[in-house]
Write a protein that binds this ligand. Structure first.
Ligand code: FAD
Length: 463
């Protein structure tokens, strides 16, 4: 399917020549991580043209866009044109060549070349893999099918939203499989576009990794009151199929058959590491990188959802921004601290429903759980404390204290002094605590821990 023309479906195509096109720095994948990295490089050189040729190759046939905004786009809350921040002119001005709609199919590490689907060859000095993730399938596909059959889709790309919008124009019933952030946002978007939507969640509650029973119950109540059908403890048995192979719904293990005109799988993501695996780079759940985003090949970095650091993979933008900070400075030979995994906060993007969750959910023995609930205002707060320090928070309704609590969680500040106010006026209490805290000591070891990485010679010269 074609992408909407407002995002520029005319790829910047380099002239085909028998010699491989060559660039000092080549990025595979032009999603959120790649684009932010380019913008960060440009910022670090004070908005000037980059000193070495950069080439970025995207499989999607359009300008890079804000994938996070696909949810509001599906819900009809934003226009497609607001999803992209840069024009073709921006790339030209900064010396970046953009190739799109032509994926890389092979990395030849011995000659430092890439082969694209069109057969074009590219040479690199330094390579960054930023291929993101693919939607995971909740059940294996019907026999002999490689690609997703008609009637079944993921929620990952702009073309998915385009396809859903077409489906919505015909009306009917949709099944969304997965009661996490993505599934809820897909279900609510489809419902707002007029489909009758049933959401299937395998666990006994929605967002089971982020919410406790009470918050998940409040969320389910709010969504059901809008007309969404929710089935929890829904275990899939098999796909229902029409004679032409089209997916027409699912059968659950309890025998129930749920028919749908459109089925959306939102049951997690699978890091896209196939190129890296085929090229012999070290991979586990994703492409293994060290704390400077280096793969097992010194000429290749990996970034974003396709990589794994210390056994952790990524599905939210915040840690990826931190990776970019490390990688961009490294490419420009600026001193940089290593990348470290850190706790994450989650927010749902469904308008009219505010919830915030960060840190741990399940108390260990000796932990304290503080709970506040206002039944009239549908306001709920649950804080998890260990040794008087915040280790987890769930907020539903009034989430204004979310960021302040998250900061307190990350800093590990002792909260005994403000314990009594922590539930009722957390922001004010935390501000008060901060105002009375002694200034942080200047520990040179915490500022810059590592500046040791040296890039290949050619980049060194160019920088
Ligand atoms: C609907 C939706 C809502 C989201 N909401 C939030 C949110 O509220 N908050 C949040 O923090 N995160 C959210 N996320 C997650 C966030 O979008 C991702 O974490 C982020 O996009 C990851 O960036 P990335 O560059 O690693 O991967 P991507 O943005 O997926 O980019 C990877 C790109 O690589 C391309 N590619 C893959 N293989 C090849 C190849 N062989 N050759 C060339 N190109 C290739 C892909 O086509 C893709 O364009 C959301 C995601 C979705 C789908």
């Amino acid at each position: 399917m074609q992408q909407p023309s407002s995002l520029g479906d005319s790829a910047a195509i380099a002239t085909l020549s028998p010699e491989p096109l060559s660039a000092e720095l080549v990025i595979i994948g032009h999603g959120m991580a790649a684009q932010k990295l380019l913008e960060q490089l440009v910022t670090l050189v004070s908005n000037r043209r980059l000193a070495w040729p950069v080439l970025v190759i995207g499989e999607e046939p359009c300008l890079p866009y804000n994938r996070i905004q696909l949810s509001p786009l599906l819900a009809g809350e934003v226009n497609v044109s607001s999803l992209t921040s840069q024009t073709d002119d921006w790339f030209k001005r900064h010396g970046i060549t953009r190739l799109s709609g032509d994926p890389v199919v092979k990395i030849k590490r011995d000659t430092r070349q890439l082969i694209m689907l069109s057969g074009r060859r590219l040479a690199y000095q330094r390579l960054i893999i930023a291929t993101g993730s693919r939607p995971a399938l909740p059940l294996s596909l019907p026999a002999s099918r490689q690609a997703w059959p008609e009637g079944l889709m993921g929620f990952r790309e702009l073309k998915d939203v385009e396809q859903m919008r077409v489906a919505c124009s015909k009306g009917g019933h949709a099944l969304v499989i997965g009661g996490g952030l993505l599934g809820l946002e897909a279900a609510e978007g489809l419902r707002k576009r007029g489909l009758d939507v049933t959401l299937l969640q395998r666990s006994e509650r929605l967002m089971n990794r982020q919410l406790d029973d009470t918050a998940a119950g409040l969320l389910a109540q709010a969504l059901e009151s809008r007309g969404l059908h929710i089935i929890t403890n829904a275990h899939l048995d098999q796909w229902l199929q029409a004679s032409d192979g089209r997916i027409t719904g699912v059968r659950l293990t309890d025998g129930r058959e749920l028919k749908a005109d459109l089925t959306v799988a939102a049951t997690g993501i699978r890091p896209e590491m196939s190129l890296a695996q085929a090229a012999g780079l070290r991979c586990q759940r994703a492409i293994c990188v060290d704390d400077h985003l280096r793969t097992s090949d010194p000429h290749i970095h990996a970034l974003g959802e396709c990589c794994e650091v210390d056994g952790e993979t990524f599905g939210l933008i915040e840690p990826i921004w931190a990776q970019i900070e490390v990688l961009a400075r490294q490419l420009l030979e600026l001193p940089t601290a290593p990348y470290r995994n850190a706790p994450l906060a989650t927010r749902l993007k469904v308008s009219g429903i505010d919830l915030y969750s960060c840190g741990e959910l399940v108390p260990a023995s000796g932990d304290e759980v503080l709970v506040y609930q206002d039944f009239t205002l549908n306001d709920y707060r649950r804080l998890l404390l260990r040794d008087n320090r915040l280790i987890g928070a769930v907020l539903y309704g009034d989430v204004s204290a979310g960021n302040a609590l998250f900061e307190a969680l990350k800093s590990g500040t002792p909260l005994a002094e403000i314990r009594e106010d922590l539930l009722f006026s957390p922001e004010e209490a935390l501000e008060r605590l901060e105002a009375t805290a002694p200034p942080p000591s200047d520990d040179p070891n915490t500022a810059l821990r590592d500046t040791a990485h040296t890039p290949p010679d050619s980049l060194e010269e160019a920088a």
